[in-house]
Design a protein around this ligand. Sequence first.
Ligand SMILES: [Zn+2]
Length: 172
Amino acid sequence: MICEMCGKDVPTTRPMMVEGTKLNLCPACAKFGDEYKSLAARSDGAADEGMPYSKTVIQERLEKRERRMQTRDIYLSTGSTALVADYGKRIQQARVKRGLSPEDFAKSISEKKGTLVKVEAQSLVPDDRLIAKLEKTLDIKLREMIQDGAVMGGQRSEGMTLGNFIKVEKKK
Ligand SMILES: [Zn+2]
């Protein structure tokens, strides 16, 4: 789980009230917030008395959080890359063109043959590390740019992906 204040990945977060906003916080940040559920009970007007942490500390953290979220938005809106719909075929064709068996090729890139076969059959989606390795070794492109999610909604790639999945399922 991601702490919404410091952005750390922690095993557990707690919902806390910070400056009137409900945030899921890690144990380290939880001390800056008020107990979420007990807030309603605090109607005695003693809210600001004895606040253990100054507002500036909280403010600083919230501003950092703001910046982090903006960066993420910019990254998303300028487009990102996605695996091409026929990545398995592209890998297989490039490998065959080089006259390599699945076994030899897998060995040459220090991967298991089973992994490579599954990726070529598109029953396994390669991770970024493997994609980069395959692109470099075979001199092919396995990723395409997505602009504002345009490709995701595109009939062509969606239809192909679905078709390929059905094919894989029938083989078993
Ligand atoms: Zn935190």
